[in-house]
Design a protein around this ligand. Sequence first.
Ligand code: GDP
Length: 444
Amino acid sequence: AMFDGLSRSLEKAWDTVRKDGKLSADNIKEPMREIRRALLEADVSLPVVRRFVKKVEEAALGERVVKGLSPDQKLVKVVYEELKSLMGGQQAELVQPKYGPSVILMAGLQGTGKTTAAGKLALYLKKQGLKVLLVATDVYRPAAIDQLVTLGRKIDVPVFELGTQVAPPEIARQGLELAKRDEFDAVIVDTAGRLQIDERLMGELRETKDMVKPTDTLLVVDAMTGQEAAALVKAFADAVDITGAVLTKMDGDSRGGAALSIKEVSGRPIKFVGTGEKMEALEPFYPERMASRILGMGDVVSLVEKAEDAIQADEAAELTKKMMTAKFDFNDFLKQYKMVTGMGNLSSLVKMLPGMNKVNEKQVNEVERKYAQYESMIQSMNKKEREAPELLAKSPSRRRRVAMGSGRTEEEVQELIAMFTSMRMQMQTMSRMMALSGGGQGMA
Ligand code: GDP
């Protein structure tokens, strides 16, 4: 899945400085080479990679001494901060209108998921309590209007259309008129799709823009197209001045180059990402969450948000707090496991756990089996051992007892302890880094 390769090769970069006392011009050469290679492999464009590596280098060797971080952790933190800023730093929200409805034009090449994204965004805004109107102006792709009408019916959002014989800017104008009259809060215009950048259609998009004065013009691009997606956002930004991008098919096997390059190449932020074919599969784009996911620190915030739908909110908050401090013990681990399995789709959820992002689809069944074994081993521990995992790390006889009690081998018990210990370490590193970046992710 996305970023797996990148996370894996960055792991090597930390290894090379782990043993040294501090970061130096000398010992960061190798990790810098590794980072450069990893980004190029993820399909980030060369100029972007160059600027990024230079910034990381400067920050890594910078004056600021960070207490309490080892050199590899310091480097991870620097890369985390730079990744975050590369992707725009802050979440880019939709522009709020001064008066009247929000008007959002959806532009994009055919097949990128433009029409789907229009429907998804309509549902997203509707869930926020807004009265939303979809407007179908894609008169060139034969089935596009029907597709939008069908989507609208599915999510219970009205679709304004005038067939394929009226010019798109005129359809948009009439749609907006209706929206104003009936006091809609948001109008989403699915504009004419195009096969490639083409002056006639670009001119038409410009005309539609002039006609309805949108609050946002979003270009929908496909994550699978990597660097090209970034170049496309730039081309549209230059030609028709868009306000941002929607990056679709983030659930696919792309290498992540688009997510990393778009802001830097085009100057426009990614506002939303599409993560599946379902209407619910649209999320705001959060640079900090993406950065921590790339670095294998897990995406605890997203995980907890999903968890809150599945379990009691206070239970989730309690668990997060523990994950962010060093108090996380085997009992919490079991709770976390139950929470994850209670939410369905283990493969996507498991990747959000710190240290678990390197798990590939095929390994998910294996992970499920492993966790069932972990569970039985933890159940064979006594109360003290569950609360203080160090006890087991220190005592072979305790490990033997747990192995016997659960019907597993002593090696398997050791493996559980090693896994748990490294997980806890990553959580601590992450929380320390988040504390250093001012709490960054709104974990209050
Ligand atoms: P358009 O030509 O740009 O309007 O593209 P469509 O909206 O018709 O989408 C093209 C195809 O991509 C459809 O089969 C969609 O179901 C699929 N699609 C759209 N967004 C996503 C996404 O985020 N993930 C995945 N896996 N498929 C998507």
